[in-house]
Every structure is written in C-alpha cells, then in structure tokens.
Design a protein around this ligand. Sequence first.
Ligand SMILES: [Ca+2]
Ligand SMILES: [Ca+2]
Length: 237
Amino acid sequence: MEMIYDDVNSANNKSSRCMGNQVTSSKRTKVLLIVLGVSLVLALGGLCVLGFMSMARELEELTANYTNYREKFDALHNQHEETLRKLNRLNPSTGCALCAVNWIYSGGKCYYFSTVKMNWTQSRDHCVSRGGHLVIINSQAEQDFLSSKVKVTHWIGLNDLDTEGHWVWVNNQPLNDSAEFWMKREDGVSEPDNWTEGHPAGEDCASLGHPGGDTEIWMDAFCFQEKRFVCEAAAAV
Ligand SMILES: [Ca+2]
Ligand SMILES: [Ca+2]
C-alpha cells in the first residue's frame, strides 16, 4: 500500500516539473516575441530616420544648386546691363545717355533688338509704342552694323503691302535702289520673289537675314510669320 502511495507521489512530482517546464518555455516564447517586436519597431524607425535624412540632404543640395544658379544668373544679368551701358554712349557735353535703356547707339541712331518674336504688323506697332519705328536701312554702313548684331532673321520696316512689287519703308519713303540688300541667287530667282506656295497672297514684308542663318541679306517673307525685329529711334541730343 505504501509503495503505491510513493509511486503516486513520484508521478505527481514529475507532472509538476513538466508543468513548470511548460510555463518557463511559454514565458521564453513571449519574451522572444516581445524582443522581436521591439527590434522590428526599432528597425522600421531607423529606416524612417535614414529616409528623412536622405531627403533632407537632397533638399539641401537642391537649395545649394538653386542659390548657385541664381548667383550665376544675377552675375550674367549685371554683365549684360553693363555691356548695354557701354554700348549706349553718353553725350560728351551733357553726360546723358544718347539712347534709352536696352537700346544700342550706332551712327547717330538708337537701335532696339527684340528678344521676343511677333508678326510684322505687331512688330511695327511695338516699335512705335517704344518711341521708335521698325528699322529703316539707308546705307551699307547701317546694313553692316545690323548684320553684325543679329544671329537670326529679324523684321525690318520695309513692305509692299499696298502695291505688289512697290517696296516702301514705314515712313512711306520708297526703297532706294542704291541701298538695297536683297538676296541674289545666281542660279535661280532672287529675292524678293513674292513666294506664294500655300499662301496665295504672297510675301509682302521684308526681313533681314535668311531663316537658315545668313544675316547679310534681305528676303521677303509672309507678314504673319513671327520673327524678332529691330526698332530704330533718333538719338538724344
Ligand atoms: Ca510681295
Ligand atoms: Ca521671299
């Protein structure tokens, strides 16, 4: 009887030890899960911080680049203004500028070279609104000066809008044959050719320079085309 009792006690002790082992194992699993969870949160947090730091660095670089370009732009702008001031001569007796700001003095006249493109009529009106007129070219010297200043085709103040083939300047003076610089073609039709392809009304407005780049000659062109233009005004006295 006593032997049986001892066996039961022994079995109970073994059961208690097993239960104790199971509880310890469960606790370990929980601790492990908590550690893993905290590690995951810390890792994610670390990634976020790295991401923010990277974005902050990029933003800093962009800001530095912007400041750099802004400074370069300001320097070029100042250089441009200074060049214009040098080109715009001063009256030796009064010390006043002979031309308005952004106009260039040459041979007793002031010239404005547009930076925007307009059709011929808009160009003509724009020059008037600036106190001048589309340029009237009277001499080889004036033609040479203008050619040297432009790199692309520009409208000039010459047209045959009223009578085909009768070219007049914006001051209504007819074209002087001794000072004309139409493009001459040895093996074809010279300018003005009043080209009508696609536009039966033909070409009635004159431009300095070929669209291909030669700026030493005149061509007639469709007046609705948008080109840069040259204005002329009298210099101050
Ligand atoms: Ca014409
Ligand atoms: Ca033409």
